[in-house]
Design a protein around this ligand. Structure first.
Ligand SMILES: [Zn+2]
Ligand SMILES: [Zn+2]
Length: 123
């Protein structure tokens, strides 16, 4: 039910949002159970845990056909999804020159978005 709920909600619901939705489906479900199950699903590699920069982790069903990363703006908090392949070259470079295998699932990259940059906010 938890996995279904994450899939049904789509996007990157927080644990609390998953709980709200799952509770509507499964009477008597408590929050600790939902959190524990999210952890277990994450450990099993069935869902990704994402830090969207809001301090509240989001969850998403891992979908190999739709791998992406998040660009999080440190000014406005806006989140943009980019296809995973934009980091392919970086991943290849790191592997080749550092023997480092980048965990390329669902990375969060923090920076400043186009609209904040165009406002000329310093930093
Ligand atoms: Zn911004
Ligand atoms: Zn995502």
């Amino acid at each position: 039910v938890i996995l279904e709920t994450v899939a049904h909600l789509g996007g990157h619901p927080t644990a609390h949002e998953v709980f709200q939705e799952a509770r509507a489906r499964l009477r008597g479900l408590n929050q600790a159970t939902v959190y524990r199950n999210l952890d277990a699903l994450h450990d099993a590699g069935l869902i990704d845990s994402i830090d969207p920069g809001t301090g509240q982790a989001g969850f998403a069903v891992r979908d190999a056909a739709h791998l992406h990363h998040h660009l999080v703006c440190s000014e406005c908090g806006g989140v943009t999804e980019v296809p995973a392949k934009v980091l392919d070259r970086l991943a290849a470079t790191l592997l080749q020159s550092h023997g480092f295998d980048l965990g390329t699932d669902h990375l969060t990259l923090v920076g400043r978005c186009r609209s904040c940059r165009s406002k000329g906010v310093p930093g």
